[in-house]
Write a protein that binds this ligand. Structure first.
Ligand SMILES: Nc1ncnc2c1ncn2[C@@H]1O[C@H](COP(=O)(O)OP(=O)(O)O)[C@@H](O)[C@H]1O
Ligand SMILES: [Mg+2]
Length: 427
């Protein structure tokens, strides 16, 4: 069977690699793909902002299954459009994807269904912000409602700066585009966990937990990025905590969406803060995370395609997912200057040697294959992903492989997994 994957990042490279491992798959097509994906799939150009172009591509390719990687096509309604044309597709409909595409909708939804999350106010004008701000204590989190690729969240040290930030979002000064709504949030403290689940609209199946590193600098300092590394180990959550999150967060979300006639099928990514009063939802994503997916898929022992098809066909409850017992880590290498401006077109070397280290897969994020030469083509260039019997082993393998790779201006954090290693030392 033929599988079409939409997207061009490390997440899509990992998905293409995992799907290509399935015995039933004869062809993997990825649109638009990247230099690394081109080694496991046929890449075809498409603009992920152009719904009609994506539909035309799927109609021409007629895949048995389409897998949607990023949030933008979901929010444009790619799943609805393909379903209307009788094409099978993995991902939530446009209405269900609002759990990610509107932070205001997500917060009000959680309130309606008693899902634990911090206090908040959804405001449509600067005057509403000034009234609501009285109910918040600094620091205050100000978020633009909508998809802003990690740039729409501002943590403000005072009420005054929060009002200014909200004004900047409404006028478009901060993001180059005016926000329609702004969400004010209570600042939550704790460890952040990425808790991803699959759902077919009724049943919920958790994936193994992981922890992302969003800041550019070591020790979690500096600007926010798309993610500089991630690790996954079962020790991140006690089994009883996993059960609690399932029963109080993931399952009520899927049940609530079904009750509101917008059933959610696909990946429900719960971004959680483990606070002193228990896990609280920071946000939902309606898709696989990046780079979480890279670290999760090297631990998945079941056939990914079987699991995704079970979601599409509504039989997830009868499908088992098996995971390796150990751990995994993904360390991201970025271009000099990222998350600010950076150069592209720089040659990359050492990937063959890196890939030969046991348990290692190099998933490309921003690379291009030009006349047989692999070049940088983005801010996050690639993620070295390694599985191991322990987190220590996975990290050692990832860093050993990273040492083989070179491109001018290459940067990566040397402290991925530092929080887990510290707590392991304590215990
Ligand atoms: N209420 C909050 N309290 C503390 N930190 C927060 C809060 N909301 C968001 N953050 C921080 O900001 C990051 C980005 O916020 P998030 O809601 O995930 O937006 P997005 O991923 O769409 O940019 C989170 O990963 C978290 O580190
Ligand atoms: Mg987030």
């Amino acid at each position: 069977m033929k599988v079409l994957i939409l997207g061009s990042g490390g997440r899509e490279h990992a998905l293409a690699w995992a799907v290509a491992c399935s015995k039933r798959v004869t062809e993997v097509v990825c649109a638009p793909g990247n230099g690394g994906i081109a080694q496991v799939a046929r890449c075809v150009p498409v603009d992920l902002k152009d719904l009609a172009a994506m539909v035309r591509l799927a109609e021409a390719e007629r895949p048995t299954l389409t897998i949607v990687g990023p949030e933008l096509p979901l929010s444009l309604g790619i799943v609805d459009a393909l379903q209307e044309r009788g094409l099978r597709v993995f991902g939530p409909t446009r209405a269900a994807a609002m759990l990610e595409s509107s932070k205001g909708f997500a917060k009000q939804f959680m309130q309606r269904h008693n899902i634990p999350t911090g206090n908040f106010a959804v405001c449509c004008t600067a005057a509403e912000v000034e009234r609501a701000i009285e109910f918040f204590h600094a620091p205050i989190v100000v978020k633009a409602d909508g998809l802003f690729a990690g740039k729409g969240v501002i943590i403000c040290p005072s009420r005054h700066t929060a009002i200014e930030a909200a004004q900047g979002l409404f006028t478009g000064v901060l993001l180059g585009e005016a926000a329609q709504q702004v969400v004010l949030e209570e600042f939550l403290e704790g460890d952040e966990i990425s808790f991803l689940c699959l759902s077919d609209g009724k049943h919920v199946a958790p994936l193994v937990p992981s922890q992302d590193h969003k800041r550019i600098g070591e020790g979690d300092t500096g600007l926010n990025t798309g993610g500089m590394g991630v690790y996954s180990t079962d020790q991140l959550l006690e089994p009883s905590m996993t059960e609690w999150i399932l029963h109080h967060i993931a399952e009520p979300t899927i049940r609530g969406m079904a009750e509101e006639d917008t059933p959610f099928a696909g990946v429900l990514y719960c971004g959680l803060m483990m606070t002193a009063r228990g896990p609280q939802v920071l946000e939902f994503n309606a898709r696989f995370g990046d780079p979480e997916t890279q670290a999760l898929l090297v631990r998945l022992e079941s056939d990914l395609l079987d699991v995704l098809e079970a979601c599409v066909e509504g039989r997830l409850a009868q499908t088992e997912m098996r995971w390796s017992r150990g751990a995994s880590a993904c360390v991201v290498a970025s271009s000099a200057g990222y998350p600010g401006s950076y150069k592209t077109g720089i040659p990359i070397t050492g990937l063959v040697a890196a890939g030969q280290i046991p348990g290692v897969q190099v998933f490309h994020s921003g690379t291009a294959l030009v006349d047989g030469q692999l070049l940088t083509a983005g801010g996050r260039v690639l993620g070295v992903t390694a599985a191991g019997d322990s987190l220590k082993e996975a990290l050692a393998r990832a860093y050993q492989a990273m040492a083989e790779i070179q491109f001018e201006g290459m940067y990566y954090r040397r402290d991925i997994g530092h929080r887990a290693l510290k707590s392991a030392l304590k215990s």
